[in-house]
Design a protein around this ligand. Structure first.
Ligand SMILES: Nc1ncnc2c1ncn2[C@@H]1O[C@H](COP(=O)(O)OP(=O)(O)OP(=O)(O)O)[C@@H](O)[C@H]1O
Ligand SMILES: [Mg+2]
Length: 276
């Protein structure tokens, strides 16, 4: 198996400033700003093999989106290095961008004022895909995701679930070899979550991309991920399979007590929130 994603001490520090309370203090702070550094990701070293589906799990603010944004070239690291398919992502080489995709569940990436079908036609031109093949592909994907009936509707008129399905199709149109899925089921009803989960499961089995997936729904991770990456305050604190993680957590419990994956994660997040 070849290594498709690797990072070495990858770090991202964000600079923000604290705005003091009160109008006058606020004006003063234009001249005398209180800068604050926030380490979003701290010296992360990891390797991901070709064809693996990695579930990235951690509390709000743990650094998941920051990691995915760096690996897809949207954010430049403060220090450290990363290679994805042999490219440094933030150099944003065309050859790299053609082979990857990032879906940000909390953000719209398709064009707001046109229909998904028109967005896909535009994406096909941007990625230099054969228009007929691209059309067949999005029709097929829309059929699998049960959203064909709204392909011609303006994106902004679609429901959250319909929009997310369209975003997924947009992310897959150019058949990326590496796929970053940041909360692809966020805010969706349980049926829509299941449709997307089953779709992604079939898709990765058929096409074999390398995937990093984040989700706060542990069903997504349990169903899709070969490997779990647990992240806490910018640090990876566990790398391994879900069953190994559950078994390891269970060895620390009292006799007769046994917890499932969701419960292990819940306890982990509870401990996190106490020390946050
Ligand atoms: N552009 C930014 N400027 C300043 N701070 C940022 C910026 N983006 C992220 N951060 C901070 O970096 C930390 C990590 O954020 P990140 O979005 O990576 O978390 P996350 O694990 O994706 O959380 P969530 O589960 O809520 O999506 C947070 O403390 C956040 O406030
Ligand atoms: Mg996030």
């Amino acid at each position: 198996m070849s290594i498709v994603i690797e990072t070495q001490d990858l770090t991202r520090v964000y600079q923000t400033y604290q705005k003091p309370e009160g109008f006058l203090n606020s004006i003063k702070s234009f001249v005398n700003r209180q800068h604050v550094s926030k380490v979003a990701l701290d010296k992360t070293t990891l390797q991901i093999e070709s064809g693996q589906i990695v579930g990235l799990v951690g509390a709000n603010g743990a650094g998941k989106t920051t990691l995915l944004k760096m690996l897809s070239g949207l954010v430049t690291p403060t220090s450290g290095d990363a290679k994805v398919l042999g490219f440094r992502p933030w150099e944003r080489k065309n050859e790299f961008l053609r082979q990857i995709s990032i879906l940000l569940g909390q953000k719209n990436q398709l064009w707001w004022d046109i229909s998904p079908a028109d967005s896909f036609a535009l994406l096909a031109r941007i990625y230099d895909l054969d228009p007929t093949a691209a059309r067949q592909r999005y029709l097929h994907l829309a059929d699998l995701l049960q959203c064909s009936h709204v392909l011609q509707t303006q994106l902004r008129r679609l429901s959250l679930g319909e929009r997310m399905k369209m975003e997924i199709i947009g992310a897959l149109l150019h058949e990326p070899r590496v796929l970053f899925l940041d909360e692809p089921t966020i805010g969706l009803d349980i049926v829509a979550q299941e449709i997307i989960r089953n779709f992604l499961d079939e898709y990765v089995k058929e096409k074999g991309p390398t995937v990093i997936l984040t989700s706060h729904y542990m069903d997504d991770i349990a169903k899709l991920a070969d490997k779990l990456l647990l992240i806490s305050k910018g640090h990876i604190v566990y790398q391994g399979t879900v069953p190994d993680f559950v078994a390891k957590s269970n060895t620390n419990l009292a006799e007769n007590e046994e917890v499932d994956f969701e419960e292990v994660i819940r306890r982990f997040l509870e401990t996190e929130s106490r020390v946050r």
